[in-house]
Design a protein around this ligand. Structure first.
Ligand SMILES: Nc1nc2c(ncn2[C@@H]2O[C@H](COP(=O)(O)OP(=O)(O)OP(=O)(O)O)[C@@H](O)[C@H]2O)c(=O)[nH]1
Ligand SMILES: [Mg+2]
Length: 269
C-alpha cells in the first residue's frame, strides 16, 4: 500500500503556504502527529487542524475539541463533515481571508489513511474529482500527490495517507495496511471492543445483537450468527468476525468517540 514518505512532506510543505492536518473528530489525539505541525512551523506556514467526520460525534464534543486545541496547543481547529456538509463554508471563508493576505493559496492536506483527505477536496470543489475509498488500500485510495484547483488561485494538494513516527496504537494498526493483511485482527478487534464496552456497552448490543461484556464472546457470536466457520474444523471463524469489527469501526458504524483531556481548573492564588 502506497504511503506518504517523510521526504515528500518536506517537499510539499515547501511549495505550500497553508498546511492542513486532518484527524478524525472521534479520536483527534490518537491521530495527530507533532511532525506535520513542527514542519509547518519550521517553514513558517499557517497550520490548521481539521477535525473530520464530525457527524460521528455530538456537536458539543467537537466544539470542546476545538477549544482544547486552541487552549492547550495554540492551534486553530475546525469541525468538518463532508457527509453532512458541516464546516465547508467556514473553511472556504477562511481560505478567502488567507487569499487576500497571500495572493494565491497552495493548501497541503496531510493525515493518516482514511481520515477523509480526498473527501474534503471533493467537498471543497463541489464535485468528485479525487477518488476515495472506505478502507486502507481498498480500491480508490490515494496513491499519488495531486494538485486540485478548487477556485481561481486556490489549489489543494491531496496526498497518500501518512503514518507518522510519533503516532502509535490502535489507529496506526488498523490504518497501515489493508484489513485482509492485518496479522493479528483478533487482538486488535478485542481492543476496539474493550474500549467501546467501557464507553457504552449498549452500542455493541445494538450493532451485533449480543449482550456481553467479553470481547471474545462477542466475536464468537458475530461469527456464529453470520455462519462464518473455519473450513478445516468447522469452528466459528472469529478472525473474520474481528476483521468485520475493524471495518465497522473505520466505517463509523460503531459510534465510539473520545473526549478531550479535562483541563485542570484555574485556581487563583
Ligand atoms: N461519516 C463520515 N465519513 C466520511 C466523511 N468524510 C469521509 N468519510 C468516509 O471516510 C472514508 C475515507 O475517505 P477518503 O476521503 O478516501 O480518506 P483519505 O484520507 O483520502 O484516505 P487515503 O487516500 O487512503 O489516505 C470514505 O469511506 C469516506 O466516505 C465524513 O464527513 N463523515
Ligand atoms: Mg485519499
Amino acid at each position: 500500500m502506497r504511503l506518504l514518505r517523510p521526504s515528500e512532506i518536506l517537499r510539499i510543505v515547501a511549495m505550500s503556504n497553508i498546511v492542513i492536518e486532518i484527524v478524525e473528530a472521534r479520536a483527534p489525539l490518537e491521530l495527530k502527529s507533532r511532525v506535520i505541525e513542527s514542519i509547518a512551523n519550521k517553514f513558517n506556514r499557517y497550520y490548521l487542524l481539521v477535525l473530520s467526520k464530525c457527524d460521528l460525534v455530538p456537536p458539543k464534543i467537537c466544539r470542546d475539541w476545538v477549544e482544547y486545541f486552541a487552549l492547550s496547543h495554540n492551534v486553530d481547529a475546525v469541525c468538518v463533515s463532508t457527509l453532512k456538509g458541516i464546516g465547508i463554508k467556514r473553511l472556504k471563508h477562511l481560505f478567502m481571508d488567507k487569499l487576500k493576505e497571500k495572493g494565491s493559496l497552495n493548501i497541503a492536506l496531510f493525515g493518516l489513511p482514511k481520515v477523509g483527505k480526498s473527501s474534503l477536496i471533493n467537498a471543497l470543489k463541489g464535485k468528485d474529482v479525487a477518488s476515495t475509498s472506505p478502507y486502507p488500500g481498498s480500491w480508490g485510495y490515494t496513491k499519488g500527490i495531486t494538485i486540485y484547483k478548487i477556485r481561481p488561485n486556490i489549489y489543494v494538494i491531496d496526498t497518500p495517507g501518512y503514518i507518522p513516527s510519533d503516532v502509535r496504537g490502535l489507529e496506526v494498526l488498523i490504518r497501515s495496511k489493508p484489513i485482509e493483511l492485518i496479522d493479528n485482527p483478533i487482538t486488535i478487534a478485542r481492543e476496539i471492543l474493550k474500549s467501546v464496552l467501557n464507553f457504552d456497552a449498549k452500542l455493541i448490543e445494538n450493532i451485533y445483537g449480543v449482550h456481553s461484556l467479553d470481547p471474545l464472546e462477542i466475536l464468537l457470536h458475530i461469527a456464529v450468527k453470520r455462519g462464518w466457520l473455519y473450513k478445516n474444523n468447522k469452528e466459528p471463524n472469529i478472525e473474520e468476525a474481528a476483521r468485520t469489527v475493524i471495518r465497522d469501526y473505520l466505517d463509523g458504524k460503531i459510534m465510539f468517540y473520545l473526549l478531550p483531556p479535562t483541563r485542570k481548573p484555574f485556581k487563583p492564588k
